[in-house]
Design a protein around this ligand. Structure first.
Ligand code: HPA
Length: 274
């Protein structure tokens, strides 16, 4: 058996020892959304440490567990804490949790993150729904032997972010008076923030926001045929656009301030994913 596939299967076995819960929606909680579980009717939880072979994040504020429960009537699994490529994991480990949630039964993936705003019309603390992405500067998580159980060797990437889910997000944002920008997200590896020249390059390439996650997870999920949507909290203006140096504390603080609206958008959208 393919080693990566075997590893995900072993993780699934660990999970199934704890819960039989079958989620419909998988939610990845980015910075500032760590206490989102407060909004969920929780049925079960598993610490990442208790899952055999699971990559455990080392970033402060990214303590890790899966939370299973209901948002409205929709069964969800939430990732409280994700792993980032810059922590030193193999790219196949970075997307292992995404693959695992699909194997638990999730059909939809809702990705959230914190980003830096490249589009000059974006303000710090605003939201951007992902309409597309640029993955060119991070390794492709599908490299290596194709795992046929997951999907095809050469997956189409024309419609990664599901049009119907995008419509639901737009409608939900409007109903709740939450301004929602739209645009292209570019993933860089980090952990250093970008240089002003890199941001100018990203802008020239067509990116509206920049971050250190999400795209590789979207590629792995798209490979497996999941329906995907994503929302980014634009926590700061990117390097060279921001008048001040960037800090992780600034990002975290902006994410925390935006969290109530972010949670509202997430909850009210997911309730409609029936
Ligand atoms: N760059 C990369 N990642 C980020 C940023 C940024 O400016 N802000 C939040 N995450």
């Amino acid at each position: 058996m393919n080693q990566v596939y075997e590893k995900v299967n072993n993780c699934l076995k660990s999970v199934r020892k704890v819960t039989d819960f079958v989620p419909k929606v998988a939610i990845v909680l980015g910075s500032g959304l760590g206490d989102y579980a407060d909004d969920i009717k929780v049925e079960a939880e598993i610490d990442y440490h208790d899952i055999e072979g699971f990559p455990v994040s080392t970033v402060p504020g990214h303590a890790g567990k899966f939370i299973f429960g209901y948002v409205g009537s929709v069964p969800v699994v939430c990732m409280k804490g994700r792993v980032h490529y810059y922590e030193g994991y193999d790219i196949s480990d970075v997307v292992l949790p995404t693959r695992l949630m699909k194997m638990m039964g999730a059909e939809i993936l809702f990705l959230t993150n914190a980003s830096g705003g490249i589009n000059k019309s974006f303000k710090a603390g605003s939201f951007m729904m992902l309409t597309d992405h640029i993955s060119t500067f991070v390794p492709n998580p599908l490299m290596g032997p194709n795992i046929e159980e997951f999907g095809t060797r050469f997956p189409d990437m024309s419609h990664v972010y599901d049009e119907e889910l995008q419509d639901i997000l737009r409608k939900t944002a409007k109903e709740n008076d939450i301004p929602l920008n739209e645009g292209v997200y570019i993933q860089f590896t980090g952990p250093s923030f970008e240089s002003p020249a890199e941001i100018r390059m990203a802008k020239t390439l067509g990116a509206d926001a920049v971050g250190m996650s999400t795209v590789v997870e979207a590629i792995a999920a798209n490979h497996m045929g999941m329906r995907i949507c994503g929302v980014s909290c634009v926590c700061n203006l990117a390097a060279g656009i921001s008048p001040t140096p960037l800090t992780h504390d600034e990002v975290q603080q902006a994410a925390n301030e935006a969290a109530p609206k972010f949670k509202k958008l997430l909850t009210e959208s997911v309730k409609k994913f029936v």
